[in-house]
Design a binder for this molecule. Structure first.
Ligand SMILES: [Zn+2]
Length: 573
């Protein structure tokens, strides 16, 4: 949804940015003829089938069928929301996103981001200069943290006392209100004081690198609670954010995997040992929202848990949450730590190489699933194996359709010693996406017309296009007409902007497909387009004719209808 960003701005933006630049900054592209290519960031492949068209401002992959505009790319690749993608693109060319005053507008969170940023600067300054910061600095040094790392993660210090931050940023009532909105002050009984006191402060950044909240750790382990997070605020939702994701993206040109650990200090300590792909959930179990951020960022997600019972249980929950996200090309792994170790202590003990190796040896989702379930049944008996099938089925059914699901089903069949499991056909999902090379005449005229218009928006400028098809009130004709009207009003829109005009995700996806359809163009595009519209018009007239003939006897027709009928007969001849 565009929310409160004016459509006009999005159109202009898509006309000004270059999708080749946007993608090339994240996935290096090679020129191939009039297009650009790379190995697809959304599925695993050895030969490049990911194609970016500069003229259409559109990308598409012959291998997995993913496609979209620069906006869609940022949403999938950077895991951004629609408005955030717009913000990101706008800031890449140095323009401000205007907010439409007329439409219903969400709250403006910019003051909250601003005060969070100021607070982060205040804390990091305090770590360097506050007279009582020595204890905090000692603690960090004892944990082996370099100053360089502390500044990279923007680690700070909330000094002891009730109102350090309040004095700094909350002297005026509006400043105080911002601190309140940002979750930085507590007001238990009308008294107002700093939420974070005498703690080491870890700023939590969102996917765009903005501070959205803080985690604070006590310096003296006898204080409570050991970790304190920002409360839920308009910009901070604990179950959605991942500590370290922004840095992991920034530190790695291409992320092949992400390691999910428990705490901030694990992320930072691993980074110290050059394992720069770790992220931490903020004291919550893995959620769907986490996975929606993790998987677009890397094709493999490795969960790291304690090897004890509680760790295994947490890992099982993470597996169950992950299954629906495991479409082809994605993998989940499960790494269990030796007794009494955390990632920080383990990497110190065994070193980077051995640690990376044990990440590579993580148990696959498939092994973890089947081993866990097989432990619950007696595999030596027929009955036990039948039970395994029943236990496993709902989990396999939660997998998206695709090769991985088929393989899991086959694996279950071989474990259980059965042939046909009667699983709902995996083909019911996305059809195997191959580049659709359409023979002339096999494509429906409405699809052909839309496809041509999307790929060559300038076709809308032709004079005297056939119009009779416009009476057809089916969805396709309505879409075609809207596309034409949009282009008549905004003749400079490119393919990407045209597709982004659509709010409904289903139609946008469909249009995306038509925009990337490879058309066999024997005639020139103008003739083809006109031809498709003529065909549509003929169909429209024929069905109108049939309609009048079937429903009415001539005696029931009005004079107007009789005249229309004669006109239709004449056009047929
Ligand atoms: Zn692909």
């Amino acid at each position: 949804m565009t929310g409160s960003i004016p459509q006009q701005f999005i159109d202009d933006l898509l006309g000004r940015i270059d999708i080749v630049d946007v993608i090339n900054r994240r996935v290096p592209l090679k020129r191939a003829g009039s297009e650009y290519k790379a190995c697809c960031p959304f599925h695993d492949e050895k030969t490049p089938s990911f194609t970016v068209s500069q003229s259409k401002q559109f990308y598409y992959c012959f291998g997995c069928g993913s496609h979209g505009t620069a906006i869609g790319f940022l949403m999938d690749y950077d895991g951004l929301s629609f408005p955030d993608s717009i913000e990101e693109l706008a800031s890449s060319i140095g323009v401000e996103v205007p907010r439409d005053q007329h439409t219903h507008q969400g709250p403006d969170n910019r003051p909250i981001y601003a005060v969070l940023e100021q607070a982060a600067q205040f804390f990091s300054q305090a770590l360097r200069t506050h007279p009582q910061a020595k204890q905090a600095v000692d603690y960090l040094q004892n944990r082996g943290l370099s100053g360089e790392l502390a500044s990279r993660f923007r680690i700070g210090y909330a000094p002891p006392g009730w109102d350090n931050l309040l004095q700094e940023l909350g002297n005026q009532e509006n400043g105080r209100q911002r601190l309140r909105d940002a979750g930085l002050i507590s007001e238990p009984d009308g008294k107002c004081y700093d939420r974070f006191r005498n703690r080491i402060m870890f700023p939590i950044l969102d996917s765009r690198g903005r501070v959205v909240g803080f985690g604070g750790r006590v310096i003296d382990d006898s204080d409570n609670p050991k970790y304190l997070n920002s409360p839920e605020t308009p910009v901070f939702h604990k179950g959605k954010e991942l500590y370290g994701l922004y840095d992991a993206r920034k530190s790695n040109r291409q992320l092949n995997s992400l390691l999910v650990v428990e705490g901030y200090m694990d992320v930072i300590a691993l980074s110290q040992f050059e394992v720069t792909n770790a992220v931490a959930t903020l004291g919550t179990a893995t959620t769907d929202e986490h996975l929606e951020k993790l998987f677009p960022a890397a094709p493999e997600v490795i969960f790291c848990f304690d090897g004890d019972r509680a760790g295994k249980e947490a890992a099982w929950k993470a597996l169950v949450t992950s299954l629906p996200h495991l479409r082809d090309g994605r993998q989940a792994g499960f790494m269990f730590l030796p007794d009494g170790e955390d990632p920080d202590s383990l990497i110190r003990a065994i070193g980077t190489e051995a640690f990376t190796q044990s990440m590579g040896n993580a148990e696959s989702a498939s092994d973890f699933l089947f081993n866990h379930l097989m432990a619950e049944v007696d595999m030596r008996t027929l009955d036990g194996r039948a039970r395994l099938v029943n236990l496993a089925k709902p989990y396999l059914e939660s997998l998206p359709a695709g090769v991985f699901r088929n393989m899991m089903t086959q694996h279950l069949e071989s474990l259980a010693g059965t042939r046909q499991l009667n699983m709902p056909s995996a083909d019911t999902g996305r059809p195997a996406p191959r580049k659709k090379h359409i023979q002339p005449g096999t494509m429906r005229p409405i699809h052909r017309a839309i496809s041509l218009l999307l790929q060559h928006p300038e076709l809308s400028k032709q004079p005297d296009l056939p119009e009779a098809w416009q009476q057809t009130k089916d969805k396709g004709s309505e879409i075609l007409l809207t596309l034409l009207e949009t282009l008549w009003e905004n003749p400079h829109l490119n393919t990407a902007a045209l597709v982004e005009h659509w709010q409904e995700p289903d139609i946008r996806r469909h249009l995306g497909n038509l925009a990337t359809m490879e058309l066999d163009l024997f005639d020139d595009q103008e003739d083809q387009f006109r031809g498709a519209l003529e065909k549509l018009s003929r169909h429209a007239q024929e069905s109108e004719l049939a309609g009048i003939r079937n429903t009415l006897r001539p005696s029931d027709l009005t004079e107007e209808e009789k005249a229309r009928l004669r006109a239709l007969y004449n056009t047929k001849r």
